[in-house]
Design a protein around this ligand. Structure first.
Ligand SMILES: Cc1cc2nc3c(=O)[nH]c(=O)nc-3n(C[C@H](O)[C@H](O)[C@H](O)COP(=O)(O)O)c2cc1C
Length: 169
């Protein structure tokens, strides 16, 4: 049987969400899937993929615009394949302590695309993050990299298991 092809698309302003997407892609690849990781703005067509994972960073309560546009642009095709969404996220340990629900527009997208699940992962703001807000937060010791590699890998394994179960059904 051919390997299932999974697209991991991300909308990322400063690279933190891109890193999460890469980790998901790497994990799925290790689990025997053919995983492709692309910026959401580059995704014109998802027909070549059996499943799609789409993630975006959160800014002032809004999901990344490239991720949202990707969801809209490919809505028809996305409703015909398994889809998972994720957000990144809180620059503290809250995502490790409890499930953080999607922001309203992402919840709407979940419903529209019949997405299987949404996960919020911790985000990252470090001294390397450009911008005045980031600089100010870091200066006041309110930054940090809260991306939890183990949690990301666990979620990717779980998505893989669901894809396998779908294959066998
Ligand atoms: C100006 C600003 C606003 C932010 N607003 C939110 C927010 O509303 N909710 C949230 O969970 N994280 C928020 N964050 C944290 C980012 O989502 C986090 O740093 C994320 O990992 C950035 O991902 P990116 O580098 O892929 O864009 C904000 C960060 C900045 C700098």
């Amino acid at each position: 049987m051919r390997r299932q092809r999974v697209l991991v698309a991300y909308g990322s302003k400063h690279g933190a969400t891109a890193g999460i997407a890469e980790e998901i892609g790497r994990t799925l690849q290790e689990d025997g899937f053919e995983a492709a990781v692309h910026p959401a703005s580059d995704v014109r067509d998802v027909e070549a993929f059996d499943a799609v994972i789409l993630g975006g960073s959160l800014y002032a309560g809004h999901w990344n615009r490239d991720a949202m546009r990707c969801a809209h642009r490919n809505a028809e095709a996305l409703t015909h394949r398994p889809v998972w969404l994720f957000s990144s996220g809180p620059v503290d340990s809250s995502a490790d302590r409890h499930e953080i629900p999607p922001v309203p527009a992402v919840a709407e997208e979940m419903a529209r695309l019949h997405a299987k699940e949404h996960r919020t992962f911790g985000g990252s703001i470090t001294a390397e993050t450009p911008g005045l807000v980031a600089r100010t937060l870091v200066k006041h010791d309110q930054g940090g990299d809260f991306r939890n590699t183990r949690a990301i890998q666990r979620w990717a394994h779980q998505v893989g298991e669901e894809l396998r179960a779908g294959e066998e059904a």
